[in-house]
Design a protein around this ligand. Structure first.
Ligand SMILES: Nc1nc2c(ncn2[C@@H]2O[C@H](COP(=O)(O)OP(=O)(O)O)[C@@H](O)[C@H]2O)c(=O)[nH]1
Ligand SMILES: Nc1ncnc2c1ncn2[C@@H]1O[C@H](COP(=O)(O)OP(=O)(O)O)[C@@H](O)[C@H]1O
Length: 194
C-alpha cells in the first residue's frame, strides 16, 4: 500500500484537534503524526510522545541542522513546531495513512512537499467571534495568548482558498461527518503518482 497524508489546518480554536481526534476513532487506517515542539506541556491534558514530542529549543535546532523536518515553524513567539520525516516514514511503514494537525503555513508546506499524495483540509470556524469564544471556553491559554491567536486568525483565514477543500466547523457532528467522507474518499482513491 502507498501511504498518504491528510493534513488539517486552521486558526487556533477552529476545532481541528477535536475533529482529528474524532476521525482517529472512526477511521482505523489513520495514524496521527506526532510533531516535535518546544512549548511547555499542558500538564494534566497532554502526554509526551502522544500529543507532541516535547523537546528543548537546542534539540529542535539540532534537528533542523540535520534536516529531520518536512517543515517547521515558529508558530508563536519562542514556540517551535515541526513535522518529523521519521514520523511520516514510521506511519507509512506500519501500513497506515498519516493524519496531521498543523498551522496554516505548515499545512501549505506539507501540501507542496507531498503534492498529490497529500490532502490539505482547511477547518473554518463560523466566525472570528465564535473562534474567540471557543478559545475562552477551552481555558488553556492566557488572555494575551488568546488575543494573539485571534489576531493571527484574521490573516490565516485569507489562505483558505489555497487548500484542497474546506470543512466548516459550526455543528461538530456535521463537520466530523464531512471530514470523514473527504478522508475516506481520498484514501480509497487510486494511489497518487509521485
Ligand atoms: N507548522 C506546524 N505547526 C504545527 C505542528 N504541530 C502543531 N502545529 C500547530 O501549532 C499550533 C499550536 O498548537 P498548540 O500549542 O497545540 O495550540 P492550539 O492550536 O491552541 O491547540 C496549532 O495551530 C497546531 O496545529 C507542526 O508540526 N508544524
Ligand atoms: N463545533 C464546535 N462547537 C463548539 N465547540 C467546539 C466545536 N469544535 C471544537 N470545539 C471546542 O472549541 C475549542 C477549540 O477546539 P480545538 O479542537 O482545541 O481547536 P484547534 O485545535 O483548532 O486549536 C475546544 O474547547 C473544543 O472542545
Amino acid at each position: 500500500m502507498q501511504g498518504k497524508i491528510i493534513v488539517f489546518s486552521a486558526p487556533s480554536g477552529a476545532g481541528k484537534t477535536t475533529i482529528v481526534h474524532r476521525l482517529m476513532e472512526r477511521v482505523p487506517e489513520l495514524s496521527f503524526s506526532i510533531s516535535a515542539c518546544t512549548r511547555d506541556r499542558r500538564g494534566r491534558t497532554e502526554a509526551n510522545g502522544k500529543d507532541y514530542h516535547f523537546i528543548s529549543v537546542q534539540d529542535f535546532q539540532d534537528k533542523i541542522r540535520h534536516d529531520e523536518f518536512v517543515e517547521w515553524e515558529e508558530v508563536y513567539e519562542g514556540a517551535f513546531y515541526g513535522t518529523l520525516k521519521s514520523e511520516i516514514e514510521r506511519i507509512w511503514d506500519s501500513g497506515k495513512h498519516a493524519i496531521l494537525d498543523v498551522d496554516v503555513k505548515g499545512g501549505l508546506s506539507i501540501k507542496e512537499f507531498y503534492k498529490d499524495r497529500a490532502l490539505a483540509i482547511f477547518v473554518r470556524p463560523p466566525s472570528i467571534e465564535v473562534l474567540e469564544q471557543r478559545l475562552q471556553a477551552r481555558a488553556t491559554d492566557s488572555q494575551s495568548s488568546i488575543s494573539s491567536r485571534v489576531y493571527k486568525a484574521n490573516f490565516e483565514l485569507a489562505f483558505e482558498d489555497r487548500f484542497d477543500v474546506t470543512v466548516v466547523n459550526d455543528d461538530l457532528d456535521e463537520a466530523t461527518d464531512h471530514a470523514e467522507r473527504l478522508v475516506r474518499q481520498f484514501i480509497s482513491a487510486e494511489p497518487a503518482i509521485v
